[in-house]
Design a protein around this ligand. Structure first.
Ligand code: IYR
Length: 224
């Protein structure tokens, strides 16, 4: 590893410990207010905010820094209508049997069903795609590594960036999701990873009690 391939870390900020504690508490309190919602208002959201959030997602770490993701940001009424139409067709099959009894009973406390009006009401849908092949330069066809891990991280960054900007989200995974490739005009080599619904909550938006039950630190962490 030659030195000319690196540059000094110049933008790391060191805070006093008391300030770090306060920052970590503030951050925790901010992310605690992030909830998936399923009723969106149709109030418009400026594209520049969405662009910044996607840029933030693009800073996520990835295997060999290949950044194996693509974000299709949909604002078009016509395309949102197509997404809703297709998603509802597939979701009907899911809820009417394909999901199986165990999965359906796990979803009961969320109160979800095959109707997805939010796919048309929300101002933006962001379809996240993963790329098995690519690389860092446009047109590269190298193998990508840790694709799911990388795209999962970028999607997490995206959700928190949107929340931090003052927007509500829903992670939606219509099953199967392949229809998004065609609607979003993406190549067959990409796989739809997740659909993020973005906007403001409707006045009557709710959070299921079930979604508020977060595991305690003692059950999600061990300190060795
Ligand atoms: N894709 C369906 C079902 C669904 C599945 C899981 I796992 C959820 O956490 C929520 C919903 C739907 O969106 O309704």
């Amino acid at each position: 590893m030659s030195e000319e391939m690196h540059s000094p870390l110049s933008d790391f900020i060191t805070y006093p410990e008391a300030e770090m504690l306060e920052r970590s508490e503030n951050y925790l309190n901010e992310v605690k207010r992030r909830h998936s919602i399923r009723k969106f208002s149709n109030k418009a959201v400026p594209r520049a905010i969405i662009e910044n959030c996607i840029k933030a997602a693009g800073t996520a770490p990835s295997g060999a820094n290949h950044q194996p993701w693509h974000f299709a940001a949909i604002n078009s009424t016509d395309i949102k209508r197509q997404v809703r139409e297709q998603a509802e067709i597939h979701e009907q099959g899911f809820y009417e049997g394909k999901a199986g009894e165990e999965w359906l009973s796990a979803l009961k406390p969320l109160g979800t069903d095959a109707n997805k009006p939010f796919l048309e009401h929300a101002p933006w849908l962001i379809a996240v795609f993963s790329q098995k092949k690519g690389g860092i330069d446009e047109g590269d066809q190298h193998t990508n590594y840790y694709v799911h891990e990388s795209v999962g991280l970028a999607t997490g960054f995206l959700l928190n960036a949107l929340h931090h900007s003052g927007l509500a989200t829903l992670t939606h995974t219509p099953k199967p999701m392949q229809f998004l490739t065609k609607i979003c005009q993406r190549p067959d080599t990409e796989r739809p990873f997740m659909l993020i619904v973005v906007g403001y909550p409707a006045d009557d938006a709710t959070i299921p009690h079930h979604a508020k039950r977060k595991k305690a630190l003692s059950s999600i962490a061990t300190f060795l």
